[in-house]
Design a protein around this ligand. Structure first.
Ligand code: R5P
Length: 313
């Protein structure tokens, strides 16, 4: 790989994924001492020298998001103070991305704050995946590589024998993503009109496009409570859809979302492991694809100064 010495580190949020990436790259994860003081403060120390190195730190921002984010900032700070030459924050799930604009007076733009904090801590580049809104890249003045899980979903659904498939966006904001999956699978697109009368409440009542007597793939970036997805699936069933699948990159799956998935109209929900999914959440309708090789290949190409776009063609 590149000229400088490459070092890979992991925070505590997704060690299994970090191990997969390390295996793909044929390197060992760097040793890092991470502990909590009794008052909750985080301590992180890089055990071996990283002077002059090109360092990648893998830390996903699942739940508890604030703990994992602060841990990431502290690791980056430690690396910079240890004279790492470049520090790339590899953030498979970039939290706070849904707070990317003001919709009411006196609201924060938390995604911009997160970008500022990462830069101030010393990140020289960010690698992430299926950002909720691609324009968040513009909140940074350092390079951001926004990878996509769509090639994984494409391969997965190509191998299923779907009848007259159509890709559905569960809201207007997700149309570009769903359109991209539809193009890859050579299917038409349908769009659901979703309203949010209150935070984490989803009301869906209209579909633009033809779903009757077709297998359906609902494409989204995040599932948190599942309200969006399960209500979309109910509406699609009412409108005559056949088997209903869903492809969602980030499976946060809070509270009883896994049980609700099992009871829902969905035949299968396909997510990735950007966020670790505990055994208690692994219900039969949930299928998990790994992004380990994709992240590993992206790191390899960044290090070799090769193009990333061909990964997604
Ligand atoms: C919203 O715009 C996102 O793309 C997801 O549709 C949403 O965040 C999913 O959240 P939940 O599962 O809580 O409905």
């Amino acid at each position: 790989m590149g000229g400088k010495c490459l070092a890979l580190y992991s925070g505590t949020s997704n060690p299994e994924l970090a191990q997969e990436v390390a295996k793909y790259l044929g390197v060992e994860l760097g040793e890092i001492e991470i502990r909590r003081f009794s008052d909750g403060e985080i301590y992180a120390r890089i055990v071996k020298s990283v002077r002059g190195s090109e360092v990648y730190v893998i830390q996903s921002l699942g739940n508890p998001v604030n703990e994992f984010f602060m841990e990431l900032l502290i690791i980056i700070d430690a690396l910079r103070r240890a004279s790492a030459e470049e520090v790339t924050a590899v953030i498979p799930y970039f939290a706070y991305a849904r707070q990317d604009r003001k919709t009411k007076s006196r609201e924060p733009i938390s995604a911009k704050l997160i970008a500022n904090l990462l830069t101030i801590a010393g990140a020289s580049r960010v690698v992430t995946m299926d950002l909720h809104a691609g324009q968040i890249q513009g909140f940074f003045d350092i390079p951001v590589d926004n990878l996509s899980a769509l090639p994984l979903f494409t391969r997965y659904f190509q191998d299923l024998d779907l009848y007259n498939p159509v890709v559905v966006s569960p809201d207007i904001g997700g149309v570009a993503r769903a359109r991209s999956l539809a193009n890859r699978l050579h299917t038409p697109l349908a769009i659901i009109y979703k309203r949010r009368p209150a935070p984490e409440v989803a009301e869906v009542d209209e579909i633009i496009g033809d779903v009757k007597n077709r297998d359906v793939i609902i494409c989204d970036d995040i599932i948190t409570t599942g309200n969006t997805l399960f209500s979309a699936a109910r509406l699609l069933r009412e409108r005559g859809a056949r088997d209903i699948y869903s492809a969602v990159t980030h499976g946060i799956l809070v509270n009883n979302a896994p049980e609700e998935l099992q009871k829902s109209e969905l035949k299968e929900l396909v997510v990735t492991n950007t966020i670790p999914i505990g055994e208690d959440k692994k219900v039969p309708k949930l299928k998990i694809l790994s992004v380990g090789s994709l992240l590993g290949e992206a790191i390899k190409r960044i290090s070799n100064k090769d193009s990333l776009s061909s990964l997604f063609d």
